[in-house]
Design a protein around this ligand. Structure first.
Ligand code: ZN
Length: 251
């Protein structure tokens, strides 16, 4: 069982009728519903309106993959939680940053760069090119797929060089963007997915749902490490002579 936490700011859906019409139960509700069709995913949601912004030490300890959507309230996420989440990623928790999560405190802390980009809200048509068809996240994704409308995100995207670039987005206005890319921090796997502006039905798109679902399976850890850096008093050779077995990672 993979334990998934979908965190959403949930600001726009409550404030604007036309956005609520697209996501009646919030963006987190939409993502939860399509992820839940997979029996091996245990999906929990949290929003900034929940007590303690929906987070607790116990919940974070018991999360394998965290999905994050935020936009106008990044600053309201306490630094304490940013530090705890970054630590969990280094220990092995997967993190999927969705759309404007590029400017979340967490994503910026994980990247170590400002993560700025060019943007326009002009309802451009977007074509997303699959340039890594053999990557697990791209399973079932065709040569390209299209979104009738999205917020335009353009290069230069101020991120460190990704481990893998999976999709390039092209917009009818002329911009291009590194739309789906991966990173590793510690042993944690990070996926960034650009589409997902709140005024478009992007999370209802079958290929976006496939990307996110594949991303959850890809980012899920098979073990966990402790970030302690212990003083190894007994050498591996002494342990061999004592007949001690190597310690396993936390499974
Ligand atoms: Zn947006």
């Amino acid at each position: 069982m993979i334990r998934v936490l979908v965190w959403n700011e949930f600001h726009h859906e409550q404030k604007h009728e036309h956005i609520r019409a697209i996501y009646p139960e919030g963006i987190h509700g939409c993502i939860r519903d399509f992820l839940k069709t997979n029996e091996d995913l245990q999906v929990t949601t949290a929003t900034i309106f929940d007590e303690n912004i929906g987070l607790s030490d116990e919940l974070l300890e018991n999360t394998d993959v965290l999905l994050w959507w935020g936009h106008v309230r990044h600053k309201d996420v306490p630094d304490e939680w940013v530090e705890k989440i970054v630590r969990r990623v280094n220990e092995g928790m997967g993190f999927i940053g969705l759309h404007s999560a590029h400017h979340s405190k967490i994503f910026k802390a994980l990247m170590g760069t400002p993560c700025n980009l060019q943007w326009r809200e002009s309802g451009d048509h977007e074509r997303l090119w699959n340039i890594a068809p053999n990557h697990p996240v791209m399973k079932g994704i065709p040569e390209y797929f299209e979104l009738d409308g999205e917020e335009t995100y353009g290069e230069r995207f101020d991120i460190p060089r990704p481990d893998e670039l999976l999709m390039i987005g092209w917009y009818s206005g002329g911009e291009v963007f590194r739309s789906v890319c991966t990173f590793t921090r510690g042993i944690g796997r990070i996926l960034y997915i650009q589409p997902g502006h709140e005024t478009f039905p992007t999370f209802h798109n079958q290929y976006i749902q496939k990307l996110i679902t594949n991303g959850v399976y890809w980012a899920a850890p098979n073990c966990r490490v402790q970030l302690t850096g212990p003083h190894s008093v007994v050498s591996p050779e002494d342990r061999r002579k004592n007949g001690d077995q190597p310690t396993d990672y936390i499974r």
